[in-house]
Design a binder for this molecule. Sequence first.
Ligand code: FAD
Length: 428
Amino acid sequence: GNMGRAFEYVIVGGGVAAGYAALEFARRGVSHAQLCIISEEPVAPYERPTLSKNFLLPESPARLPSFHTCVGANEELLTPQWYEEHGIELVLGTRVESADVGQKSLLTAAGETIQYEILIIATGAQAIKLEEFGVNESKAENVCYLRDLADANRLVDVMQSCTGGNAVVIGGGYLAMECAASLVTNKINVTMVFPEAHCMPRLFTPKIATYYEDYYESRGVKFIRGTILSSFEFDSNGKVTAVNLRDGSRIPADMVVVGIGIRPNTSLFKGQLAMEKGGIKVNGKFQTSNDSVYAVGDVAVFPVHLCGRIHRLEHVDSARKSAKHAVAAILEPDKTGEFEYLPLFYSKAFVFSWRFYGDNAGEAVHFGDYSGTTFGAYWINNGQLVGSFLEGGTEEEFEAIANATQLKPAVDDPTNAGMQGLNFALTI
Ligand code: FAD
C-alpha cells in the first residue's frame, strides 16, 4: 500500500478562509492531530489582498511573515509556528489531485491518501487566462497575473526590470485598478484597456467611476475603453513587446498585467457535489449537498438573506466570516444558526479607500463632495435602502453606513436621502 493518514477535520486549500477557519477551530478547543490543512502554496495562509497593495510598494513592501492571517481582521498572526504549537497539521506545497466524497478521502500529488470525517473546501479561485479567449501569450515572462504569492513575486521582479517603461493593464476591475496604481507608484507608465465604458462596471456608477478615472489620469494613467486585446507581439526571446487591440490600435509594452476575472476552483468536486452559479452550493451553515462536506470562501454559493438570493462572493470579508461560521456550525451545530451576512467589498489604491455594503440593486443616489475626498452613494430598491458606498470615510462613518444598510430602512424620497448624505445613515 498507499501511505495514508486520517484526521477528524481536513481543509483543502490554504488561503484566507483556511487561516480564519484554523483560528476558529483553535479557539473552540480543537487540538492535536484533529485538524489538517492541505495547500498547494508553499506558505501558511496569508491575507491575499496584501499582494496587490503593500506587497507592491517600492519602499518597505510587506513581506511574510507580517501578513499571514488573521492580521487583516486585527486578529492573531498565525505563523507556521502557531500551527505547530496548536497541533494543526499544515501540509504545504501539496496539491490535492482528486477527492472522493463517498470514501471521504483525498489523494495528494505526493501520492498520499488523506481521510477525513468532515471536509472543508476552501480552494478559492484562479485567474482567468487570456488563452481562454484565444490570445496566445506563449508563457511570456513579462505577462503577469496576480492570484498568489508566486505571481506577486514574479510581478515584483518584472516591475523592477521595467522602471521608466510602459505597462499595459488588461481589465477594469478592482484588481486591475489596484495594480495600475502600484505600477504608477513604481514609476511605470500605465495604459489600462477594458471593454466597458468605465472601470468597475459591476459596482460603480458612471459618476463614481469618473471620479477615480480622473484621478488616475492626473497620475498619468491612460484609459482605452470599449475595446479588448486581440494579440501580442513578441521579440525573439518570447517577451511581449506590444499589445494589439481589437480597435486596430497598437500599444508598445515592456510588461503586461492581466486582471480579467477569476474562476472558482471546483473541479475536484464536479459530479460529486451540487453546483450552482459556477460555485459549490451550500446552505446557511455552509454545508454542501454532502453532509460531511462544507465549502467556504470564493467557491461557496450561499444564501445571502439580506439580498434575498444566493450569491457567490469573491471578497475577503466573506471568506473570513464564512470560514468562521462554518467551523461554528461544524463544532456546535445546535447553537449555530443560519449565516446572516451583510456583504462587504472594499478596495484601496493610491490615497483612496472605499467600502461597499449590501447589494447594488435598484436606483443609485449620490451624496457628498465629488470634487473633494469624501463621497458616496446609496442604492434604493423597492423603496428600501439596500446598498451603500463610501469613499474616504472615517471608521465611524463606515460603521454608520453598514448599520443603516443592515437595517434596510424605508426610503420614501431617494433624492432627499442623497441630499442628507451621511447624515441619512447616521440618523437611522
Ligand atoms: P484563496 O485565498 O484563494 O485560497 C485558496 C487556496 O487553496 C490557495 O492557497 C490555493 O493554492 C489552494 N488550492 C486550490 N486548489 C487546491 C488543490 N487542489 N489542492 C491544494 N490546494 C489548493 N477582496 C476584497 O474584498 N478586497 C480586496 O481588496 C481584495 N484584494 C485582493 C487582491 C488580490 C491580489 C487577490 C488575488 C484577491 C483579493 N481579494 C480582495 C479577494 C480575496 O483575497 C478572496 O476573496 C479570498 O482570498 C478568498 O479566500 P479563499 O480562502 O476562498 O481562497
